[in-house]
Each structure stands twice: as C-alpha cells, then as structure tokens.
Design a protein around this ligand. Sequence first.
Ligand code: SAM
Length: 272
Amino acid sequence: MPAPRPHCWAASTVSCNIVLNRLRLLPPPVIALLLQIAAALITAVIAFVMRGQVSVIALAFLCGIIATLLSHLFGLAKWWLPIQLFFLPALAGTLSLELSPNWFLFTFLVLLAVYWSTFRTQVPLYLSSKKVWHALVDLLPPATQNKSLAFMDLGSGLGGVLAHLATARPDGCFYGVESAPLPFLWSWLRLQQNKNCEVRWGSLWDCNLAQYDVVFAYLSPVPMEQLWHKAKKEMQPGSLFISSTFNIPDQSPHQTIQIDDLHHSTLLVWRM
Ligand SMILES: C[S@@+](CC[C@H](N)C(=O)[O-])C[C@H]1O[C@@H](n2cnc3c(N)ncnc32)[C@H](O)[C@@H]1O
C-alpha cells in the first residue's frame, strides 16, 4: 500500500488541531461528558470483541479508566480525573440499588437550585471562613459624617459575610448579589433581621459597582480578569476591591493578608 502523501498527513493534523482547539472552548463539564461518551464507545467495542465475557461493573471501571486517560491527554484540570474515573462505576452501582426515579429527580433539582449556572460560570458555592469575615471587618474604612459605608459581596452565597459585617458595622450598608436560587433564598431569609443588609437575586455582571466603597469577591480564577476590567471601569477612585484567594493576572495587589484558616485563604486588596 502506498504511504500517505505528506501534504495529506499535514492537512489532517491541522484539521485535527482545529477540532481540538474548538473543543477546548467548550465549558469543562461539556468536554468531560464528551470524553465519557468517547470512552463508552471504545468500551462498547472492547465488550463486543470480548463477546460478553466481562461483568458490567468491570466494563464501567474500564470506561472510567479510558475516560480518565482521555481527560488527562486533553488537559482537563487534575480534579476532573477522579470524577471521570468513578462516574460510570458510581452510576452502575447506584442503578443496581434500584432506587425510585423520584430520588434522582429530587437530587437533580436540589443540585440545580444550589449550583445553578456553575457549569457555565465555573464559580461554585463554597464559603468564606469566619477568620476571613473578621479580617474583612478590619479592612472596612471608618464611617464619615456625610455618607455611610457601602459594601458589596459579589456572589454572596449563603450571606455569611454580609450577616457578620452588618452586625459588626451597624453604621454601614451591606449589599449582596447571588445568581443561584437556593443560596439566594437562604441568605434572603437569614438577612431579614439585619436592617442594614440587602441581597438580590441576579448576576454580578449586571451590578454597577460605582456606588460601593468596598467590593468583595470570592469567586474562582475564571472570571477574575473580566471582573478586574469591570471594577476598573466602574469603581470610584479611593474605593477598595478585595478578592479572597483568587489573584488577577498581571495586577499586583496593594495589600495581601494571609489568613490562618483551613483553606489558607489570602485577601488581596487593591485601592482603585
Ligand atoms: C465561592 S462562593 C462565595 C460565597 C460568599 N461570598 C462567601 O464568601 O462565603 C461564590 C458564589 O458566587 C455565586 N455566583 C457565581 N457566579 C455568579 C454571578 N455571575 N452572579 C452572581 N453570583 C454568582 C455562586 O452561586 C456562589 O454562591
């Protein structure tokens, strides 16, 4: 058989790279799912060749191993690998329990209400520690005679930051915006007794930051660069932008405060 002509080989390598680069633009959970489907197809071929001599659970583990290898080769973040490995075995194990389908629907709806658009934003719910709350109190500027302090928590989760600050600084006004329905509802109920606190359901990207003296964000590495541009455009000179843990590419903070908590949080402070 004649060897493939070099330019055909080069053309197919280029098209392959284009497809891979397009795939890389998809949200990581979609990539993870596509790699699971690819692994399931490879496993189905192996099962066909073995003519049913392998148990379902063994095939599930084989599929998990293939999905993990593909995810590693594709460059998915390290924490995806155990998810990819155990996804199908966990699915097979759970199905063998023969639970009512209502449990799956219920669990799905609860997870949806808690994590909402995390697959797109890549900012899940996890909470600041109490030590972070205390450090934030020390960073708040003193009250002035003309205007009370205005603070915004972007992605306010269960409202812990707001509740603590509102109690520690009754002279200030504390606002939060949260996109996930269940955390929003939880924080709204929790903050009912705090007269100087308000949380609303919505996206942080629709929030004008011009009216706040301090803007706090505990999000993820993904939105930080875009958020920095928004903060630079909207925040007033002299106001504070504080990010917990996640840095902004190429922007050295004016102050860094190391917190001695379980997550080894760091508060990064920029004076705008
Ligand atoms: C890491 S948690 C931080 C919770 C809280 N600020 C704290 O420090 O304990 C991030 C929160 O941001 C929310 N979130 C993510 N993207 C958002 C967006 N575009 N608009 C509003 N909230 C968002 C998530 O639902 C999640 O509750």
